[in-house]
Design a protein around this ligand. Structure first.
Ligand SMILES: *[C@@H]1O[C@H](CO)[C@@H](O)[C@H](O)[C@H]1NC(C)=O
Ligand SMILES: *[C@@H]1O[C@H](CO)[C@@H](O)[C@H](O)[C@H]1NC(C)=O
Ligand SMILES: *[C@@H]1O[C@H](CO)[C@@H](O)[C@H](O)[C@H]1NC(C)=O
Ligand SMILES: *[C@@H]1O[C@H](CO)[C@@H](O)[C@H](O)[C@H]1NC(C)=O
Ligand SMILES: *[C@@H]1O[C@H](CO)[C@@H](O)[C@H](O)[C@H]1NC(C)=O
Ligand SMILES: *[C@@H]1O[C@H](CO)[C@@H](O)[C@H](O)[C@H]1NC(C)=O
Length: 466
């Protein structure tokens, strides 16, 4: 046997032939060919089977393993005999006399990802985009910080004087601490529940729970958000609605539906923390990439092999109304960068009835401008032709308004009358809409017709803070 330089060990040429030598000696060319063919076929089957199993496992909604945590709470949760009865769903018509409840919520805070397993075949199969734990955003795949795998987070809907009790379980397994703030709620008598980290409380550490408990003593539209670091821009925010039995504006609307809540926000295609470091040390700008309405929008399109010429998009938010009714819409801005947003509904003039949780004398308007943290309740009179209409949200602040090199940031929801087709409105998305009477512009924002805060009058004098 010939020695090669890859076989440095000396081989005695008198030895018996090695196995390979024997094969070469005994095998005919035909047998070699058949053996090669069989090996090739076997290999192909194995490769194909492996590929199929990878493809299948990719879309199976499997649960990632959760680390085994032990929980301790700072509060004994055995019901207090003086507490109102416990309820896990307080979204109801508020009555007189009041049936006050303790409204309990359990929030698991964890890292998560958009458009992942639970989304199945979204956006090619639109129904999949509405599956539980599917967060489609605007089609962008990115890390999120969530409560119960929802963006926006769970809605808190209660009646005035209910007790809100939220158990927060911190599953942020990179040891990030967490606190929550209940934006707009005064916390009279419960300052320790207000949430700013290192001011009213230490952050809740990873692996532990904390129970927030406070009274919803004032009706209005509020929202909750994380009050540590920047993760309220990455998914940790959600609506709070406090209704009351005798609302001063009740004659102006027919419906105050829980699903007519609009949480709008500017949105990055990377986490806000990553963006902030980039802003400070590299790119030098703090411009959001997108606007989301109730966590949804139409961003980059998708193609698949089944239908290569069709581009699929994640669905936009839809508000359904029935012609002839008047609806109370509750809007809240969870903006993070300097990005005030202008909100309007094509072919509908609107009327504001409440701002930041305080009722005001009704103010008709065509567009309104909302800054970070502001809330507006307005009436939408569904008195137009049965059709689909754009609800437009346009960025107008220095970080997202139109410049010479880029258009303004925009996103849309669809106002759909019952009976209208399940399609997008016909009006162009980028049509320039006359802003009309603009409610709440700042001094810097010049419009022909505007109504500013100084023009508002509170409906209830006792609500004026002195
Ligand atoms: C929170 O996590 C725990 C532990 O995994 C689980 O039992 C519970 O169902 C979760 N709650 C919610 C609301 O997701
Ligand atoms: C993210 O945003 C930046 C800045 O707007 C842009 O350059 C980049 O292409 C975006 N990436 C994706 C995946 O959209
Ligand atoms: C909102 O709720 C009402 C009734 O509860 C329902 O008829 C309507 O379809 C819902 N709209 C959306 C967009 O889910
Ligand atoms: C909405 O208003 C526009 C502009 O005034 C008009 O052209 C359009 O026909 C209206 N759409 C409907 C459905 O009434
Ligand atoms: C529709 O409602 C708005 C707001 O209430 C009102 O200004 C307008 O005149 C109404 N239009 C029609 C056609 O009834
Ligand atoms: C709003 O208030 C300002 C200052 O008092 C006043 O000049 C303006 O005319 C008012 N505008 C409206 C629409 O009432």
């Amino acid at each position: 046997m010939q020695e090669t330089k890859f076989q440095p060990v000396a081989v005695d040429t008198d030895d018996e032939p090695t196995i390979s030598n024997r094969q070469i000696v005994c095998c005919s060319k035909r047998k070699v060919a058949v053996a090669a063919l069989i090996s090739f076929l076997l290999l192909s089957v194995i490769i194909l089977a492996t590929m199929l199993s990878i493809c299948q496992s990719k879309w199976e909604p499997t649960e990632p393993t959760k680390s085994p945590l032990t929980y301790t709470t700072i509060e004994d949760q055995t019901p207090n005999p003086d507490s109102p009865p416990v309820s896990t769903n307080c979204d109801r018509i508020c009555s007189t006399p009041e049936d006050i409840r303790t409204c309990v919520f359990t929030w698991n805070v964890s890292y998560y990802y958009s458009l992942t397993w639970p989304c199945g075949n979204c956006p090619f199969d639109i129904a999949d985009c509405y599956r539980e734990e599917c967060i489609p955003l605007n089609g962008l795949k990115r890390p999120l910080v969530t409560v119960n795998r929802q963006v926006p987070g769970p809605k808190i809907v209660v009646c005035k004087n209910d007790i809100i009790q939220v158990t927060v379980n911190n599953y942020l397994d990179d040891m990030t601490g967490i606190t929550f703030h209940w934006h707009g709620i005064d916390q009279l008598g419960t300052p320790a529940m207000d949430g700013p980290s290192m001011i009213t409380q230490c952050p809740i550490p990873f692996g532990l729970s904390f129970v927030y408990k406070f009274k919803a003593d004032h009706a209005g539209t509020y929202f909750w958000h994380s009050h540590i670091g920047s993760n309220r821009a990455d998914g940790l925010a959600g609506p709070i609605i406090v209704r009351e039995a005798s609302d001063p504006h009740e004659d102006y609307y027919d419906f105050d539906l829980t699903n007519h809540t609009l949480m709008i926000q500017d949105w990055m295609n990377i986490t806000q923390n990553a963006n902030y470091v980039k802003y400070l040390y590299s790119a030098g700008k703090n411009e959001p990439d997108f606007i989301l309405i109730n966590g949804r929008g139409k961003g980059p399109g998708f193609r698949n092999l089944k239908n290569p010429f069709k581009i699929a998009y994640t669905p936009r938010e839809v508000l359904t109304v029935e012609k002839g009714n008047r609806y109370r819409i509750r809007l809240m801005s969870n903006a993070f960068t300097g990005c005030p947003m202008k909100v309007s509904v094509d072919n509908h003039s609107l009327a504001a009835i409440s701002m930041d949780g305080f009722p005001i004398n009704m103010v008709p308007f065509d567009s309104l401008i909302t800054n970070a943290g502001e809330r507006f309740d307005f009436i939408l009179n569904a008195n137009q032709t049965v059709d689909n209409y754009w609800l437009r949200v346009e960025g107008i602040g220095k970080n997202c308004e139109r410049t010479y090199i880029r258009p303004s940031l925009q996103e849309f929801a669809i106002l759909r009358y019952l009976g209208a087709p399940d399609t997008a409105p016909e009006a162009f998305e980028n049509s320039i809409i006359d802003a009309g009477v603009v409610f709440n512009p700042t001094e810097r924002q010049k419009y022909d017709k505007s109504i500013r805060i100084v023009n508002l009058t509170s409906l209830n004098k006792q609500h004026i803070h002195t």
